[in-house]
Design a binder for this molecule. Structure first.
Ligand code: LLP
Length: 437
């Protein structure tokens, strides 16, 4: 793909040398709202959802996309996806609370936590949220909560660990014998037969093998194993399934030389095989579920930042900006690549190599290593791309730097969807004991 087209796919283009995102002039936004700032395009979120939904609908109508809101849990993003018809994957009661605040129906939520407490179960059962269990031992505790609350046991699901994992970094690979998630193949029959004995009438199943998978073939072994397990389960226990959840993990092209995930191939690997088995009458007519986070929100957001210091130490050039791993942890945490471009430079200017660094007091505060960019000057603006997933969500106020604002842009309009934190916010929840006052 040509570089300009790669940028265009992400809603980015230069007009008269000025970077525009979703048709908005980035320099005007930076000057009006200040930097650093997260800018989110409503249209990009909608179009990613529609692209994925179209692919699934073309093969098997009984499907749903559950947005893994851990990627970005801003209420406006949840509302945008809700209005498109999305469902939601929550990993904590805090996330469920946020969904409910966004007006999302409990019937659209699956709660895939791990290491659940009894309080987690209470919260879920009280709010009629479907729980996707992570171990056999949790089943008994969940049943007790249903009984204590006098609620009917309807449907339950287990997360299965198919042992074949994948992901952009070892920390994001979530399947394998040494990984904490889910139950292994040889525990699956026991799990569901116990659930049946406890009186659950309906069943779902789930896998999630990892995050940031850009090659669709990386899903293949896990999905083949998953389907084999499900067939054995349906056969042995004579049960059918309401849904099979294939998890998230769908990657996006962070680097200009990367092609997007091949959705047609993903469809062949996951959905077509599933559909063939459904048609053979192997396990009822379950809903086909996937739960992407990154795929829906990552490319819809850029961080705008301003360069405050150009430092040439005689060995290396540093471009120091006003944002670091406090707003985007991924490069420091996983060595992740985020493409960085200038907002106000034309291509023909002299190209130099810089480390783009933030203001955090750690030498690991590097947003982009050895980046070739047109000669930069103090005061220039930069855009850090693909920050809509695990950007704000993993931000912190480390070094007592208040988190920046988030704005939503759509059809030439700008909406502030989160105020920037203030210094007061940093100390709001603290108390000083009497003897220190
Ligand atoms: N479902 C489950 C059960 C998950 O644990 C996750 C992500 C997802 C779905 C969504 O995965 P996605 O489609 O976004 O890849 N902080 C890391 C990613 C950690 C993902 C954790 N679980 C990063 O910045 O790359």
């Amino acid at each position: 793909m040509k570089y300009v087209d790669w940028l265009k796919e992400k809603g980015l283009e230069y007009r008269d040398g000025v970077l525009h995102f979703a048709d908005m002039n980035t320099i005007e936004i930076a000057e009006k709202f200040g930097t650093p700032i997260y800018i989110i395009s409503e249209e990009m979120i909608r179009s990613q959802y529609k692209k994925l939904k179209r692919i699934l609908d073309s093969e098997y109508k009984n499907n749903s996309i559950h947005y893994a809101m851990k990627a970005n849990s801003n209420l406006s993003i949840l509302k945008i996806l809700d209005s498109e018809g999305a469902c939601f994957d929550c990993t904590s009661t805090g996330e469920i609370h946020t969904c409910l605040k966004a007006g999302i129906s409990p019937s659209k939520i699956i709660y895939t936590g791990n290491m659940f407490t009894n309080d987690d179960f209470k919260f879920a059962v009280k709010n009629d949220i479907l729980v996707n269990l992570d171990s056999i031992s949790q089943l008994k505790r969940l049943v007790k909560i249903y009984d204590d609350l006098g609620k009917e046991k309807e449907i339950v699901s287990f997360r299965i660990n198919p042992e074949f994992g994948a992901g952009h970094h070892s920390h994001t690979i979530t399947a394998g014998k040494t990984i904490k998630f889910g139950i292994l193949d040889d525990q699956v029959i026991e799990a569901y037969s116990k659930a049946k004995e406890f009186g659950f009438k309906k069943f779902g199943t789930h896998i999630h093998i990892g995050s940031g998978i850009i090659n669709a073939y990386d899903f293949e072994k896990a999905i083949d194993k998953y389907l084999t397990i499900i067939m054995k389960l349906a056969d042995t226990l004579d049960i059918t399934f309401e849904f099979l959840d294939f998890g998230g993990g769908l990657g996006i092209p962070y680097r200009p030389e990367e092609d997007p995930l091949d959705l047609e191939l993903y469809k062949t690997i996951a959905l077509k095989k599933f559909k063939e088995l459904v048609e053979k009458g192997n396990f009822g007519e379950p809903e086909f579920i996937i739960e992407p986070g990154r795929y829906l929100s990552a490319e819809a957001c850029i961080i705008l930042t301003q360069i405050n210091t150009i430092k040439d130490n005689g060995f290396k050039m540093f471009a120091g900006t006003n944002t670091g791993f406090n707003t985007l942890l991924r490069p420091a945490m996983y060595g992740s690549y985020h493409h960085i471009i200038t907002c106000n430079k034309k291509n023909k200017e002299k190209i130099l190599t810089y480390d783009i660094v933030g203001p955090i007091c750690e030498s690991g505060d590097i947003i982009g290593k050895e980046r070739k960019l047109p000669k930069l000057e103090e005061g220039d603006y930069l855009a850090i791309l693909d920050t809509g997933a695990y950007g704000f969500a993993m931000s912190s106020s480390y070094n007592s730097r208040p988190r920046p604002a988030e704005i939503l842009i759509d059809k030439g309009q700008v909406f502030k969807i989160r105020e920037a934190e203030t210094f007061e916010d940093l100390i709001r929840n603290q108390d000083i004991p009497e003897h220190l006052k």
